[in-house]
Design a protein around this ligand. Structure first.
Ligand code: ADP
Ligand code: TYD
Length: 225
């Protein structure tokens, strides 16, 4: 059986990843794909406990390295328990955040050595790289306001707007550096349904192109001059 497809949604807080990753999962399932959704931090039972420690405002004394390693630990468990088994079974996995979040938030946002962040993530993910990453781009003030809504901000959301602005700029730079993997969908003042339509178009086009390429490869002599 061929390996499944790994699609991630990334973006600043409140850009709509949770909403959109659920809608995308449902759209793919309706179209007949075998699809599973996961999220970070907290996509596994162990991960949920790690998430509580990271986001609790009582963890205010947590240093950046601890924070970074906890996200990596959560990711390692998600890869081990959810993502790798689903890909091995040929399923589509939709990840609401993956290692790009650590590069944007801990690397560029907190100012940690980006190469070190990549190196530790390569261990946590066992070298797994998403096939497609959809970046939902949003102005950080709108995003944080949407993410918090009526509830109190968590430890990361409480950071200054400059932190969230540097996360957003990092994401845009990362997308420009890897145009083959990233697609940027601007949220702006588009409705949830409008953003969904843009993501859906992007993902279905990607899956169709991938299926055509696979068919071409499996035909003996195809592509030969
Ligand atoms: P994230 O997972 O990126 O933090 P959510 O999907 O949880 O984002 O969305 C945060 C809040 O913003 C939710 O209340 C959601 O209903 C709302 N929201 C999401 N997308 C939009 C949109 N395009 N326009 C208006 N509100 C939105
Ligand atoms: P998430 O649950 O996706 O929050 P939101 O829905 O508000 O975007 O992620 C929780 C917080 O964790 C969010 O502020 C982003 C942060 N985060 C990192 O800083 N590094 C990481 O590697 C990950 C996965 C998340």
């Amino acid at each position: 059986m061929s390996r499944g497809v790994f699609i991630t949604l990334e973006g600043p807080d409140g850009c709509g990843k949770s909403t959109q990753s659920r809608m995308l999962r449902d759209a793919l399932a309706t179209a007949g794909y075998d699809v599973v959704r996961t999220f970070e931090p907290g996509g596994t039972g162990i991960g949920r406990r790690i998430r509580e420690i990271i986001l609790d405002t009582k963890s205010s004394g947590m240093c950046g390295i601890t924070e970074f390693l906890l996200y990596a630990a959560d990711r390692a468990q998600d890869v081990h328990e959810v993502i790798m088994p689903a890909l091995a079974a040929g399923r589509i996995v939709i990840g609401d955040r993956f290692f790009d979040s650590s590069i944007a938030y801990q690397g560029y946002g907190l100012g940690m050595d980006v190469e070190a962040v990549r190196a530790v993530n390569a261990i946590a993910t066992r070298g797994l790289i998403p096939d497609l990453t959809v970046l939902l781009d949003i102005d950080p003030a709108t995003g944080v306001a949407r993410a918090t809504g009526d509830r109190d901000a968590d430890r990361i959301e409480q950071r200054k707007l400059e932190f969230h602005a540097s996360v957003r700029n990092a994401y845009l730079q990362m997308a420009a550096d890897e145009p083959g993997r990233f697609r940027v969908v601007g949220v702006g003042d588009r409705s949830i349904d409008q953003v969904h339509a843009a993501i859906r178009r992007t993902v279905f086009e990607f899956l169709q192109a991938r299926a055509s390429a696979a068919r071409g490869q499996s035909q003996p002599g195809a592509g030969e001059v």
